[in-house]
Design a protein around this ligand. Structure first.
Ligand code: SF4
Length: 374
């Protein structure tokens, strides 16, 4: 079983914090044609060709004509054995949502909408450089809820400069009042070479301290638990039956094929990442020359990836599937995190406690192994 990811590298405008690959060019045809060609050329890479999830990410896939989305889905169905109940997600921004578009996406085979809400406040949205306003965010949610999708999700960002706990609480209340079945909540991080990084460097923006962000994360966990949404991954909360199957497959090490500029692929042993340059990508796909880099993972690297992704999930890391005994090799780090109450082993799985969820990545890296350790 596998997943297919399509990276649509276009956005209406650049959000200040974003380091994904995208362009604001208006002409999309060259890249999209090359992506269709890439999918044909690489269709054999997915073993038995069974596909359980398709994910349109970006960038802003909702910028495309719905007909183009439909033709990608049809092409995937022609090339792979796409399951009848496959999860087909479209990332969409509120400024692209209309009742007609939702209906067209649904007819095309989209089963799940991931809405880039980010905030319900105009001042925050303007500060982030988003192309939508708060009214559009709320209207979009209502339209999606009425459009009859199997499921949908929204994104929110916390840890913003000068964000108070009351402001974050209000954001969560608005989201819950609109009946979302799933929420992805991300703490704002300053990525290199973004407009935000420049503003921070120049002293125009002061990021909040770890303590403020940590208190907001605690409130997020408490509010979602109270509302009955399961905290199944550090940044993801869903009602039963509404967890993202596509993202879950990344965390479980299931193979996926990434199509488009900057898209990543994984076949179970090696990772591949396409060039993050639209013009070079188009030319190379057409001419049949290389447009990617590839790395075959060693047993230690595969073990570390499992620790890094698995520890972020509520299900934890299945210790019987680790190729290298990370806990044996790093027993002092393991004991330290057990004694401070951050991790435990339950039924053969390494899991984080609620307190440990604040430090998931740090704990995982403390347990990392090298091939020399073995
Ligand atoms: S819309 Fe999404 S991908 Fe595009 S710039 Fe904003 S955050 Fe980045």
């Amino acid at each position: 079983m596998s997943g297919v990811y399509l990276h649509i590298p276009f956005c209406r405008q650049a959000c200040t914090y974003c380091d994904f690959h995208f362009s604001t060019a208006k002409d999309h045809a060259g890249v999209l044609d090359a992506m269709e060609l890439e999918m044909i050329k690489r269709s054999r890479e997915l073993g038995d060709g069974r596909v359980a999830t398709i994910y349109f990410g970006g960038g802003t896939p909702s910028l495309l004509e719905p007909g183009r989305i439909a033709s990608f889905i049809q092409q995937a169905r022609d090339l792979f054995r796409v399951e009848r109940d496959a999860e087909v997600t479209l990332e969409a921004n509120p400024d692209d949502i209309t009742a007609d578009r939702l209906s067209e996406w649904k007819s095309a085979g989209i089963t799940r909408i991931s809405l880039g809400t980010q905030s319900f406040r105009d001042d925050r949205l303007r500060w982030m450089g988003r192309a939508h306003d708060a009214r559009q965010a709320l209207t979009s949610i209502d339209l999606i809820a009425k459009a009859g999708f199997t499921t949908w999700t929204i994104d929110l960002i916390y840890g913003l400069p000068e964000m108070t706990l009351a402001e974050w609480d209000e954001q969560l209340t608005i989201a819950l009042d609109h009946g979302m079945p799933h929420l992805s909540a991300y703490c704002l991080t300053v990525e290199e070479k973004t407009a935000l990084a420049h503003q921070v460097k120049k002293g125009g923006v002061h990021m909040p301290g770890d303590e403020d962000q940590s208190v907001q994360f605690d409130r997020l966990m408490a509010r979602m638990e109270e509302a009955g949404l399961e905290h199944y991954e550090i940044s993801n909360f869903g009602r039963p039956g509404h967890h993202s199957r596509h993202n879950k497959s990344y965390w479980e090490g299931i193979p996926y094929l990434g199509i488009g500029p900057s898209a990543h692929s994984f076949d179970g042993r090696s990772r591949r990442w396409n060039i993050a340059n639209n013009a070079v990508y188009i030319k190379a796909v057409k001419e049949g020359t290389s447009y990617w880099e590839e790395e075959t993972l060693s047993p230690a690297q595969r073990t570390n990836e499992r620790l890094m992704t698995g520890l972020r999930t509520a299900a934890g890391v299945d210790l019987t599937r680790l190729e290298v005994d990370a806990l044996g090799l790093n027993s002092s780090a393991f004991q330290r995190h057990v004694s401070n109450g951050h991790i435990s082993v339950v039924d053969g799985r390494l899991v984080l406690s609620k307190a440990g969820r604040h430090f998931a990545d740090r704990i995982a890296s403390d347990l990392f192994v090298t091939d020399d350790d073995r």
